[in-house]
Ligand binder design. Structure first.
Ligand SMILES: [Zn+2]
Length: 156
């Protein structure tokens, strides 16, 4: 299901060398790195600009940028989805961000929703899907057919 959603969007890939691109919203963006101070990373709507010394700190600064952005965007994107689940008495105890290698998201029995930081590089519908999926787990913990039936009614 998740993979289908990823395939439904039509990403635009620009052919650039691996050192000069970053993925955001499922698209590659030019990354301009300048040696200098203070350390900073920003996105101007078209490309990323990183200032640091030495330049090898670029990946670390980009990770900080992605984390800050995820903290804002995940909560913003999850809010209307959470609203749709309130009538079922389902309210998450919080949205948390984590770096995970094998999962896009998870949730605890206490209602804590954990989203993979890498999701910030995907389009909004992918993040909405993950939040919906995890909220459905607060109703059904399994992945049986009934879970996917429930998910289907909540996603579109
Ligand atoms: Zn699941």
């Amino acid at each position: 299901m998740f993979l289908i959603l990823f395939h439904r969007v039509n990403p635009v890939f620009v052919d650039l060398s691996p050192q000069t691109k970053e993925i955001y919203r499922f698209q590659y963006h030019i990354l301009r790195v300048t040696e200098g101070a203070p350390d900073s990373a920003r996105y101007n709507g078209r490309y990323f600009e990183v200032v640091c010394t030495p330049k090898s700190k670029t990946a670390e600064l980009m990770q900080v940028w992605y984390t800050k952005r995820a903290k804002i965007k995940f909560v913003e994107i999850a809010a209307p989805v959470i609203q749709r689940f309130k009538k079922y008495g389902v309210v998450p105890s919080g949205i948390h961000i984590k770096s995970m290698t094998s999962r896009w998201g998870s949730c605890t029995p206490a209602g804590k929703i954990i989203l993979n930081i890498e999701l910030i590089k995907t389009p909004k519908p992918c993040i909405e899907y993950l939040v919906t999926h995890e909220l459905c787990h607060l109703i059904r913990r399994d992945h049986y057919k009934a879970f996917y039936e429930l998910l289907k009614t909540k996603i579109w």
